[in-house]
Design a protein around this ligand. Structure first.
Ligand SMILES: C[S@@+](CC[C@H](N)C(=O)[O-])C[C@H]1O[C@@H](n2cnc3c(N)ncnc32)[C@H](O)[C@@H]1O
Ligand code: SF4
Length: 454
């Protein structure tokens, strides 16, 4: 009944709009806009309640009056999120049901239909996927302008990712939700600006750059802030001496200068970029854990991440006797950050770098029934992939094994995404055979391995 009245009202408004004379008495455009807004809002409420059929009923009724593209996009996102939630909670059948019921509505939107198809293929445990990757990490090079004392990256021989693989990713940007750029140091690569200009043509993609932020041009600083790119800067000391002793070849003054430039652009462009500090906790810097939060506040950082340094170097490695002290420092830092409205992500306490013993591996792998009941142990091989500077491919940069790719055989996204190594990872997870990746996976929480891909 109410809907019928709405349609009648629309008819009246559209008829009134046709006569110039009515404009003397009423702002008809405003009335139509108000009605459109009400319809959109109603659809949003219905979507939030999971009443997708009702939204579709409204779209079918009003599509001849108003542009429903936005409403349909919103609806599709809600459906994709529900599928993700079902998948996350191992209710794979329910995700499949949702897909079967609604996906045909969104076939003309390549981005959204890929998102739905991808959730469907995860739910139906496919090994070869028709959907394209939604998240990609590209480690473009191992070359770097610094020589940090704890760096895990082997730089003996310079390695650069095959441009062909980068181009394959760049040709599939229309499907991507997130792209992470890492090196070595990507901001010193002469071609990086051109890549950024290409990816920025797809503003929907959430871009993340990890950098030491030393030798970075004004252009790049401007591009990053203007386009709300998430920037993670690795800063492992709150004072010059500590910072420069760890980040060999870096200058604390240069870092501060570059941050001032960045802060200026953030204000100028009213940038909504996320600015994050990665602070690796080591024996020689843990006393500055709390001070780094003051530094973060001064230079407009909104997130500080405390990480465990993975190293065999006894002078750096945090051993048991330091843990208690460090927890106190992290607590202080967290209290301070709350006042500054800075988010602390404490990866240090969550993960440890103790490698699984053979016995533990067996326990995890033999417990297949439990793993099966709980659904798949990891969803990353369906959502994302990392391509390294040596052209090796794996689901996530911390995954345990990979193989160097014969790039001659890789001509399109499927060759990479459904290549032998990605298939192998999917098969291991489906068989609950995690022997090959379990060591390093212990560094990653279950939540992260099955995270919502939002
Ligand atoms: C290899 S760096 C490359 C990006 C850039 N050059 C930088 O320093 O941010 C990527 C991240 O790895 C971290 N990292 C380096 N060595 C590490 C180690 N031994 N253990 C854990 N993280 C490390 C760095 O602090 C940085 O946040
Ligand atoms: S700046 Fe980054 S890549 Fe370069 S040496 Fe330091 S941690 Fe390694």
């Amino acid at each position: 009944m109410v809907k019928k009245k709405h349609i009648e009202a629309m008819d009246v408004l559209l008829t009134m709009k046709q006569s110039e004379k009515n404009a003397e008495y009423f702002d008809i455009h405003k009335l139509i806009n108000d009605l459109n807004k009400q319809i959109k809002h109603k659809c949003w409420e219905l979507n939030a309640d999971g009443r997708y059929d009702k939204t579709i009923e409204i779209v079918d009724k009003y599509s001849s009056y108003i542009d429903c593209v936005e409403i349909l996009e919103d609806l599709c996102n809600f459906i994709a999120n529900s599928m993700q939630e079902y998948n996350y909670n191992n209710k794979y059948d329910e995700a499949i049901n949702l897909y079967n019921k609604y996906h045909h509505r969104f076939l003309n939107n390549v981005f959204l239909s890929n998102k739905l198809l991808n959730e469907y293929e995860l739910a139906s445990h496919k090994i070869i996927l028709e959907s394209k990757p939604r998240n990609v990490m590209l480690i473009l090079t191992n070359s770097c302008d610094l020589n940090c004392i704890m760096c895990y990256q082997n730089k003996e021989v310079e390695k650069n990712i095959d441009k062909k693989l980068v181009d394959i990713v760049l040709n599939n940007l229309q499907y991507l939700e997130k792209i992470v750029w890492q090196g070595g140091e990507v901001l010193i690569l002469p071609y990086f600006k051109d890549i950024l200009l290409k990816t920025l043509q797809f503003p929907r993609i959430h871009q993340v750059i990890t950098s030491n932020f030393q030798n970075v041009s004004q252009d790049i600083i401007e591009l990053i802030s203007k386009n709300n790119i998430q920037l993670t800067i690795s800063i492992d000391g709150a004072v010059k001496k500590t910072y420069e002793n760890i980040r060999m070849g870096a200058s604390f003054d240069k870092l501060k200068e570059n941050l001032k430039k960045l802060n200026k652009y953030i204000v100028e462009y009213k940038s909504k970029m996320t600015l994050q500090i990665n602070f690796l906790i080591m024996k020689n810097n843990y006393k500055e854990i709390s001070d780094i939060v003051d530094f973060a506040y001064k230079y407009k950082f909104s997130i500080v991440v405390f990480l465990r340094c993975v190293t065999d170097n006894e002078n750096l490695k945090i051993t048991k006797e330091y843990e208690k002290d460090i927890e106190v420092y992290i607590k202080q830092a967290t209290e301070k950050a709350e006042k500054y409205n800075i988010k602390i992500i404490n990866v240090f306490s969550e993960f440890n770098d103790v490698v699984c013993s053979e016995k533990e591996r067996e326990d995890v792998c033999e417990n297949k029934e439990i793993v099966n009941n709980e659904g798949l142990s990891c969803h990353l091989p369906w959502y994302e992939m990392t391509i390294q500077e040596d052209n090796a491919i794996k689901p996530h940069c911390t995954c345990g094994y990979t193989r160097i790719t014969d790039t001659d055989k890789h001509n399109n996204i499927y060759d990479v995404w459904n290549g032998k190594i990605m298939q192998e990872y999917r098969i291991h997870i489906l068989k609950s055979d995690e022997k090959k990746c379990i060591d390093k996976c212990r560094l990653m929480s279950l939540d992260f391995r099955k995270k919502f891909n939002r």
